[in-house]
Every structure is written in structure tokens, then in C-alpha cells.
Design a binder for this molecule. Structure first.
Ligand SMILES: Nc1nc2c(c(=O)[nH]1)N[C@H]1C(S)=C(S)[C@@H](COP(=O)(O)OP(=O)(O)OC[C@H]3O[C@@H](n4cnc5c(=O)[nH]c(N)nc54)[C@H](O)[C@@H]3O)O[C@H]1N2
Ligand SMILES: Nc1nc2c(c(=O)[nH]1)N[C@H]1C(S)=C(S)[C@@H](COP(=O)(O)OP(=O)(O)OC[C@H]3O[C@@H](n4cnc5c(=O)[nH]c(N)nc54)[C@H](O)[C@@H]3O)O[C@H]1N2
Ligand code: SF4
Ligand SMILES: [Mo]
Length: 748
């Protein structure tokens, strides 16, 4: 146990893992950082990035609300002016065009979801209906497939699996599950376990793999179909398990039976033997855990590829037992209307794109603004996101931001997006306030970590919950008369508070305002200034209700008491706590239907017609395939704005195969001009035999422009919004046709 009071527990915020860390502070800086052994998921683990977090804490910080002047420069204003003017302008837009023309984007990055949990109240107060976030440019295809195959989101257990399969995922650099590097190395060194990687690049993960399927970029659908076809044709599916647990196999079986395995292996440029051996290895294993990520989710045919990916583990019975796919418990914000995950629900108002999990596809946002359509979005609130940099075709996104009647950005830093705002609202960093992630997907023991501030917030900043509360109050949606009865109930204790609060939730309007209602009434009673955690009180009760067994096994008891005890544990557990301790059965219990369903007719039809579908092929004008936005040792979306945080790859090199370098007559350190249909940039190359010929890659998170000259290339200067998935609109960032011209040799 650590008795040294100079170390304060918090978490790394650079990827969704949010590893527990302990920090020492001096002035406004994080001077020493180490992994927190008491954190229940990371247990002392960090990767190389956490140690550099002071570069987040102290870069490009905002210290006052800003208002744009007519000439485009910004002036400092006080909070009362900012809130009053923004609320007045939102109200004006609501009255003139309807609240549904107010669009909300973001709500959290990799580790800060507490503030966004209050945004539903602001949306409700001004009648806003449409929202989106980065999830709608990566995960919505998978969500759509999941919703229909399982009815619930899933994750997989890499720690205990016999076989780990990564498709377009490089966890050695990007993580995505706890202690990824250690877990990967353990699998790699254990002769009874196998690591399988599907990636055109010999990534750091592929380097460790037993089987590396070095697929031709953009042809995963053919490769995955060949794997699934082999399972059926060689009698490798788990027929008993399918009979017991799966609906719709009779439709899928004939399609997979006729897959021309050799032909598809050839299209994917992977030896047929290797494809067959991998299918056999999967079938033979007691447990298989699979992770698909951006390599296929931001690529051609992504939604159909997600479907076939899931067939691989469903048809081999890898669900609901150790080392396989599971459905985690879930503690999340209240009041949010997630819409229909299956996408049959609402569509976006201008281009009628499917809204999945409540999110408008990111690639249509600009289309929904840059139009004369009467339903176009007129205002945008952007919170903890940087869409002017992170969404496809940045130039067009910036044009869209400028075309709005009102753009409000809530951020810690002066970002590329903030540059286009009418008002910029500054918040404390994630080390200066209470924060948490809702990306907690562990199993069988799931965790939650309410991080306490480790530094005081500088004067002049407001937290996101406070900003939302003030906007809601200024709109007139909530006021003292709503708060008074709840405040006096809270004085008598939580039980009295619950009795006063719960009846209000019968009113859906009030339910959407609930986060701010809780913040203003329960919030001030919480210990240590944890007002922002008020919304977690309702979340804890919901979790205890929905996961009664897991919460009881974790030691919180039953019924209402369990919700209260869980909430108290969250408040006091500064190193993170276990929320649920499940049995493997819990995955089945969390499914809305008792059986999985593999018959998704429209996607199956694509698989059946694949023989006639042209595989993506290089265009003579753009002979290279650019993977625009690769995760590397020193990238972290746009959370790290200070380029000096990087110890390697400082300029964000374009990686290129040795074979291509020879043809072009260039070497590492040379500069080339890289051109796509969207734009052009000059960049330094790094020659490596980890790349396939014809495939090149640029890192994500480069080309930030707010202070000094941009370092590296902003990937979305090279992408287009129209290059997107036909089903859900996710972008093809990993398949950008490109060409290269040599600019100059490196000085030698
Ligand atoms: N270091 C670091 N880690 C991060 C982040 C970060 O910025 N930096 N960001 C976090 C976020 S937001 C996310 S969503 C995750 C993303 O995590 P990943 O999806 O793992 O990240 P990427 O490097 O974008 O893409 C993964 C792999 O897809 C491969 N790929 C490219 N084209 C193809 C193809 O045609 N087929 C296949 N099968 N693979 C292909 C790439 O070579 C790459 O190795 O990472 C998270 N972790
Ligand atoms: N071409 C291409 N584009 C991509 C990708 C790619 O692979 N290729 N990857 C995509 C993916 S997977 C993702 S997830 C997105 C990520 O893109 P975005 O969702 O836009 O998010 P981030 O770059 O993570 O930016 C997070 C923002 O939060 C701010 N911030 C940090 N802490 C706080 C806080 O406490 N409060 C507030 N209010 N703000 C805070 C940061 O300053 C930053 O502006 O990028 C996507 N864009
Ligand atoms: S960037 Fe590294 S240390 Fe930080 S949360 Fe992710 S895996 Fe953990
Ligand atoms: Mo992401």
C-alpha cells in the first residue's frame, strides 16, 4: 500500500483504456507519473504515452470565454455575457427555425465522459434533437450488426483466450483492452495459444503473431468470406452449439458453402493454405477472442465485413464462456435517447442518413449544413471534440462551421474547431476536475473509476456540468422552483431524495433535464466538491437494477441499498472500483433474445453476390492506397497538442515499402508530395519492409495548427466526405487512393 501522500491517483486519458496512474504535482504541472498498482483494471500497467501527460495539461490552454469579432479575431468576455448571449441566440434559432436545427457534436474524448453526460439537458432545454460523435465515423457499422445479431454490444476476453484474432487492429500501439502489450506478449510466447493478425502492414502486433494474413488493402470482405467459407466447407462449424443457440443458420449455410475460397484468397493476396490453416486453428480452439477495428471499420465494405467477422466466432461457438466474446455490464449516463441501434428509427433531416445509436453519420454533417434545405442545421455545440480536424474533408467541415448561424465550442484548448467558433468556452483539464470514462467493458469483473482532481482548476474556467446547468437555467427550462423541493429532500438524506426525485422521472421532458436537476440539488451535498458526480447517483441505481446479480457478487447487497452503496463506493474509490462481478451466464442474460441471429438478409445478399463485386483496385491516376490516420507510439488523436511530446517520429512520416522506395528512387528522410482526390501535402518518408508494395500510411493526430507552424500532415486534408460506407456512412480513411511525387533528396 502506498502511504506517500504526494502521489495522487488519477488516470491516463490518451486512449479508452484509461489506465490508472499516480502523479506528483508541482505548481500547475504533473512532474512525476507512474502506473497505479491499485487500479482494478490496469494494475500498475501503462504504455509509453502516459508519462508524457504534462504536455496535455499545459498546452494551448484557454483561460477565458472568447467571442468572435466580425474581423475573425477573438475577444475575452466574462461568463455571464457568454452564457446570456449564447442562450439568447439558441433561443432565437429555436423560435425561428425549430430547436431541431441545433446540432450537438462530441461529448467526450478518450477519457472524459462526465461532462457530456449533462449535455442531454442542454439539448432538451433548447429543443435540440440531432447529435453525433466520433463513434459515428468508426463504430456505427459494427453497432448496427451487433444490434441485429446479438441485440447488445460485446467485447472479447483476450486475457484468457486460446486464440486471439485481430482484424484491422493493432493493439500493441492502440490498446483497446487492459494491459494490451503484456497480454499480447503472453499469448505470443505460449506455444498452446495463437495470435492471428489480419493487416496489410506487418504492425507491431503482426510482428508477434503466429499467423499474419497480410491482406491486400480493402479486400478484407473477400478474405473473411474465405475464412467463413472454409469453416462451412470443411465441416469446422460447431453444429451442436449452432442448433442450441443460433437462429438463421439455414440461410447462411448455403451462401458460405459456395464461397470460392481459392479465388477469394487470391483476391485478398493471401496464400490459400494460410487461409485454410487459420480457419482450422480457429475451429480447433477451446476459445477464440476477436477484435475488429479501424483497419476494416474505416475501409471499403466495412459494415458487411463486420458481419462476416462476427460469423467467424458465432459459427464456432465463441460466445459466453471464458476467453470468448461477452456482454459487459454498463454504467452510463441517464436521460439520453440512444435512438434505435438497429437504424430503423429516425433519419437525418437533410440527406436522410440512418441514425444509429442516436448518432448522425459524421460524413454527412457537412452536407446537412451546406445546403439551402429548410431543415439544415443552423447552430452547433461542439464539446470535447475537434471535428474541424478529425472528420473527413476538413476544408469542407470548416466551411460548414463557418456557414452556421452559431457555433459554440467547449474545450480546454484553442483547437482547429475552436478557431471557427462564435464562442469558445474554456474548461479545466481532466486533472483539475472530477472525471470518468463510460468506456468500461471489462468482464467478468467490470470496473468504474471516478477520478478526483489532482490540481486545482485555474480561475476563470467552468466545468462542463456547470456550463450546461447555466445554459439550461438561462433557457428557463429549470429554476429555483424545480430545485427547492429536491434540495430540502436531499437535506434529509438520500432516501428522502430518491422519493422526491423518482416520481419526476415519469415525465420524459424532466427525464432529459435530470442531469442538471441532480447536479443542482444532490450535487452540493456530495463530499469533497464532487457535484459533477451527481449524475452517477442515478447511473449507479440503474446499474444495480439492471445487473442485480453482478452488483451483489461485487459486494454491494440488494435492491435500493445496492445502488446507494455502489454510488458511495464510486465517490470514495479514487483508485477505481469493481462494479460488477459476473458469472459467464450474464452475457446470455443481457441479450434481449435468448438466441443469436445470423440471418441479416441484406448483408448476406452482398456476401452471396461477392463473386460479381469488383474488388477495390488501384486507379492508374492514384496507384497507391493511403491509410490516413495510423495509431503509432506517439499519436493520441488531437488530445496532445504540443508536438514536443513525441520522442520518436517527430514529423509524422509517410511509411512506404522498400520495393516502392526503390522504384521511386527515394530513401528514408526524403520528402515527397502526396496527392489524393481531396488535396495534396508535402511529407517526409520512412522506408520500411513492414509495408506492402502499393500501400502507404500516415499517422493520426498530426497537422495541428493552433500554435506555431503545423507539424506533419493533417490526414483529413486528404480525405473526402463522399467516400463512405453504403450502409451506415462510415468513412474509408484506410483506403484513400493517392499518388506520390518526389520532391527532394535528404541532405546527406
Ligand atoms: N497510440 C494511440 N493509440 C490509440 C489512439 C491514438 O490516437 N494513438 N486512438 C484510439 C482510438 S480513438 C481508436 S478508435 C483506436 C484505433 O485502433 P486501431 O484500429 O488499432 O488503429 P489504426 O492504427 O488506425 O488501424 C489499425 C490497423 O488497421 C490496419 N489497416 C489498414 N488498412 C487495412 C486493411 O485494408 N485491412 C486490414 N485488415 N487492416 C488494415 C493498419 O495497418 C493498422 O495496423 O486506437 C485508440 N488508441
Ligand atoms: N483520417 C482519419 N481521421 C480520423 C481517424 C483516422 O484514423 N483517420 N480516427 C478517427 C477516430 S477513431 C476518432 S475517435 C476521432 C477523434 O477525434 P475527436 O472526437 O474530434 O477527438 P479528439 O481528437 O480526441 O479531441 C478531443 C478534444 O477534447 C479536448 N479535451 C481534452 N480534455 C478535455 C476536457 O476535459 N474537456 C473538454 N471540453 N475538452 C477536452 C481536446 O482539447 C480535443 O480538442 O478522430 C477520427 N479521425
Ligand atoms: S495511452 Fe497507454 S497508458 Fe494511456 S490509457 Fe492508453 S494504454 Fe493506458
Ligand atoms: Mo476512435
Amino acid at each position: 500500500m502506498n502511504a506517500d501522500a504526494s502521489w495522487h491517483p488519477t488516470a491516463c486519458i490518451l486512449c479508452e483504456c484509461n489506465c490508472g496512474i499516480e502523479v506528483q504535482v508541482e505548481g500547475r504541472s504533473l512532474v512525476k507519473i507512474r502506473g497505479d498498482k491499485r487500479h482494478p483494471a490496469s494494475a500498475g500497467y501503462t504504455c509509453n504515452k502516459a508519462l508524457r501527460l504534462d504536455h496535455y495539461q499545459n498546452a494551448d490552454r484557454l483561460d477565458s470565454p472568447l467571442r468572435r469579432r466580425p474581423d475573425g479575431t477573438f475577444e475575452r468576455i466574462d461568463w455571464d455575457t457568454a452564457i446570456t448571449e449564447i442562450a439568447a441566440r439558441l433561443t432565437g434559432i429555436k423560435q425561428q427555425y425549430g430547436g431541431e436545427t441545433i446540432f450537438y457534436y462530441g461529448g467526450g474524448g478518450q477519457g472524459n465522459h462526465l461532462g457530456g453526460a449533462y449535455s442531454t439537458a442542454t439539448m432538451a432545454a433548447f429543443g435540440a434533437r440531432y447529435r453525433s460523435s466520433a463513434l459515428a465515423q468508426e463504430k456505427t457499422g459494427e453497432f448496427w450488426v451487433n444490434a441485429r445479431m446479438l441485440g447488445a454490444p460485446h467485447r472479447a476476453d483476450f486475457e484468457h483466450c486460446e486464440v486471439a484474432l485481430f482484424i484491422g487492429k493493432n493493439p500493441y500501439q492502440s490498446h483497446g483492452f487492459p494491459r494490451a502489450r503484456s497480454v499480447l506478449k503472453q499469448i505470443a510466447k505460449d506455444p498452446t495459444r495463437s495470435l492471428i493478425v489480419v493487416d496489410p502492414v506487418r504492425s507491431d502486433t503482426a510482428e508477434l503473431a503466429d499467423f499474419h494474413l497480410q491482406v491486400r488493402p480493402g479486400t478484407d470482405l473477400w478474405l473473411l468470406s474465405a475464412l467463413a467459407g472454409t469453416l462451412v466447407q470443411e465441416g469446422l462449424v460447431d453444429s451442436d452449439w449452432i442448433a442450441e443457440h443460433v437462429d438463421g443458420y439455414e440461410s447462411v449455410e448455403p451462401v458460405l458453402r459456395t464461397v470460392p475460397v481459392a479465388e477469394y484468397a487470391r483476391i485478398a493476396d493471401v496464400p490459400e493454405d494460410l487461409v485454410r490453416n487459420v480457419a482450422r486453428r480457429i475451429a480447433r480452439a477451446d476459445s477464440v477472442a476477436v477484435y475488429e477495428d479501424l483497419g476494416i471499420q474505416m475501409n471499403r465494405n466495412s459494415t458487411v465485413a463486420s458481419y462476416v467477422e462476427k460469423l467467424l466466432w458465432v459459427l464456432t461457438g465463441n460466445f459466453g464462456k471464458p476467453g470468448t466474446a461477452y456482454v459487459p455490464s454498463n454504467l452510463s449516463a441517464i436521460g439520453r435517447d440512444r435512438g434505435s441501434p438497429a437504424g430503423e428509427g429516425p433519419r437525418s433531416p437533410v440527406v436522410s442518413a440512418p441514425i444509429i445509436s442516436g448518432l448522425v453519420p459524421c460524413n454527412v454533417i457537412a452536407d446537412e449544413v451546406l445546403t439551402e434545405h429548410p431543415a439544415r442545421y443552423r447552430a452547433m455545440i461542439v464539446e470535447s471534440s475537434n471535428p474541424a480536424h478529425s472528420l473527413a474533408e476538413s476544408a469542407r467541415m470548416r466551411e460548414a462551421l463557418d456557414a452556421l448561424d452559431l457555433c459554440v465550442v467547449i474545450d480546454v484548448a484553442m483547437t482547429e474547431t475552436a478557431r471557427h467558433a462564435d464562442y469558445v468556452l474554456p474548461t479545466p483539464t481532466q486533472f483539475e476536475k472530477f472525471e470518468c470514462t463510460f468506456f468500461t467493458f471489462d468482464f467478468p469483473r467490470n470496473i468504474f473509476h471516478l477520478r478526483h482532481p489532482v490540481l486545482p482548476a485555474p480561475p476563470g474556467l467552468l466545468t462542463e456540468p456547470e456550463i450546461h446547468a447555466r445554459l439550461v437555467e438561462e433557457s428557463g427550462a429549470l429554476g429555483e422552483e424545480d430545485y427547492a423541493p429536491l434540495r430540502s429532500a436531499a437535506e434529509q438524506g438520500r432516501e428522502a431524495f430518491a422519493q422526491a426525485f423518482l416520481p419526476l422521472m415519469a415525465d420524459p421532458g424532466m427525464r432529459r433535464l435530470a442531469p442538471v436537476l441532480l447536479y443542482r440539488t444532490l450535487g452540493p451535498t456530495l463530499p469533497g466538491g464532487a457535484e459533477a458526480a451527481a449524475v452517477l447517483w442515478a447511473a449507479a441505481h440503474q446499474m444495480a437494477l439492471a445487473n442485480a446479480d453482478g452488483v451483489r457478487n461485487a459486494g454491494y447487497g440488494e435492491g435500493l441499498t445496492a445502488g446507494e452503496r455502489l454510488f458511495d463506493a464510486i465517490l470514495s474509490g479514487a483508485h477505481g472500483i469493481v462494479t460488477t462481478d459476473d458469472t459467464y451466464d450474464a452475457s446470455w442474460q443481457r441479450l434481449p433474445r435468448p438466441r443469436l441471429n445470423v440471418d441479416l438478409p441484406e448483408l448476406l445478399e452482398v456476401v452471396a453476390g461477392l463473386v460479381d463485386r469488383p474488388a477495390p483496385n488501384p486507379d492508374p491516376e492514384f496507384p497507391f492506397v493511403l491509410s490516413a490516420g495510423e495509431r503509432r507510439a506517439f499519436t493520441a488523436n488531437t488530445i496532445m497538442r504540443d508536438p514536443t511530446w513525441r520522442k520518436r517520429d517527430a514529423s509524422g512520416d509517410l511509411r512506404l515499402s522498400t520495393a516502392d522506395a526503390r522504384v521511386l528512387g527515394i530513401d528514408s528522410g526524403d520528402r515527397v508530395r502526396l496527392t489524393t482526390r481531396a488535396g495534396s501535402a508535402e511529407v517526409q518518408v520512412q522506408v520500411t519492409d513492414a509495408m506492402r508494395a502499393g500501400h502507404i500510411s500516415l499517422p493520426n493526430g498530426f497537422g495541428l495548427t493552433s500554435t506555431g507552424a503545423a507539424v506533419g500532415v493533417a490526414p483529413n486534408d486528404l480525405t473526402r466526405t463522399q467516400d463512405r460506407d453504403e450502409w451506415v456512412g462510415t468513412p474509408w480513411h484506410k483506403y484513400v487512393p493517392a499518388r506520390i511525387e518526389v520532391v527532394a533528396a535528404s541532405p546527406s
